[in-house]
Design a protein around this ligand. Structure first.
Ligand SMILES: NC(=O)c1ccc[n+]([C@@H]2O[C@H](COP(=O)([O-])OP(=O)(O)OC[C@H]3O[C@@H](n4cnc5c(N)ncnc54)[C@H](OP(=O)(O)O)[C@@H]3O)[C@@H](O)[C@H]2O)c1
Length: 252
């Protein structure tokens, strides 16, 4: 993977940040994005200080113009694009489906699902120009199973799998492999948010651990390794799948 170029959305924190670091460890140059400029610039400086060739660009993935700017930055600074990891996501609030506020529903679906589509829309023509590559969309176990209370999140994560499979069929002839990963619970900001929504956060964490047969919550690095492996030649015959990385959660 040395000297290849990746774009990672939502790369300043959690799983995205671990993916940026894993790419860098494999010699890949990375452009990553997020909405918070200070957070992104801090991570850019931190990774450059250990020798990583990375650039942060402020971007809201619900805006096509802003996503296009991230892809253009990869081309201007690194001259090519090989991989896209479409990871930016928000969980939204917890409400019964029939009471869910319409504006929050739209935002959750836009960030998670439209954001992945816009990213693919601008990544794909450039990956075709390099002769092929790989895209990994970050779905969730909530994209495989239903979840009470966060229905737009679950709907968007299911949608990501449909988008992944359709894209894989459409671009196989262009040598672009497109897959999704479906993480179980991972210790990041989004999970802290989920616990915060619970009446008893400590009990909520215990219950969540119990749902995973490996009986623990994943580290962001465990998810990052799966995402980067899917981009590597070791996964050269894998396309159009949604791989659970979930400690056995979805096997039940
Ligand atoms: N943690 C889990 O248990 C878990 C499980 C399954 C799936 N996932 C999925 O994994 C992905 C990463 O989540 P995480 O756990 O690492 O949580 P996180 O730390 O909250 O990461 C989410 C990232 O997305 C960025 N982001 C959010 N909205 C954005 C927008 N509109 N435009 C651009 N960037 C945006 C955030 O940066 P800014 O706020 O700066 O924009 C942040 O860097 C998400 O898609 C999530 O659904 C997480």
């Amino acid at each position: 993977m040395k000297d290849k170029v990746a774009m990672v959305t939502g790369g300043s924190t959690g799983i995205g940040k671990a993916i940026v670091r894993e790419f860098v460890a494999n010699g890949v140059r990375v452009v990553f994005c997020g909405r918070r400029n200070d957070e992104g610039k801090k991570v850019e400086a931190e990774i450059r200080s250990i020798g990583g060739d990375v650039i942060f660009v402020t971007c809201d993935v619900t805006s096509g113009d802003q996503v296009k700017k991230v892809v253009e930055t990869a081309l201007e600074k690194f001259g090519r694009l090989d991989f896209g990891i479409n990871n930016a996501g928000i969980m939204g609030e917890n409400h019964p489906l029939h009471e869910y506020p319409e504006d929050i529903w739209d935002n959750v679906v836009n960030v998670n699902l439209k954001g992945a589509w816009l990213s693919m829309k601008y990544q794909i023509p450039e990956i075709i120009k390099t002769g092929g590559g790989a895209i990994v969309n970050v779905s969730s176990i909530s994209g495989i199973n239903g979840v009470v209370g966060i229905n737009p999140y679950s709907a968007a994560k299911h949608g990501i799998i449909g988008l992944t499979k359709s894209g894989a069929l459409e671009y196989a002839k262009k040598n672009i492999r497109i897959n999704a990963i479906c993480p179980g619970a991972v210790k990041t900001e989004i999970l802290e948010e989920l616990f915060h929504l619970a009446k008893d956060p400590i009990e909520a964490e215990k219950q969540l651990v119990k749902l995973h047969p490996l009986h623990r919550i994943a580290s962001p690095e465990e998810i990052a390794k799966a995402a980067v492996w899917l981009c590597s030649d070791d996964a050269s015959f894998i396309t159009g799948v949604a791989i659970p990385v979930d400690g056995g959660y979805s096997a039940k």
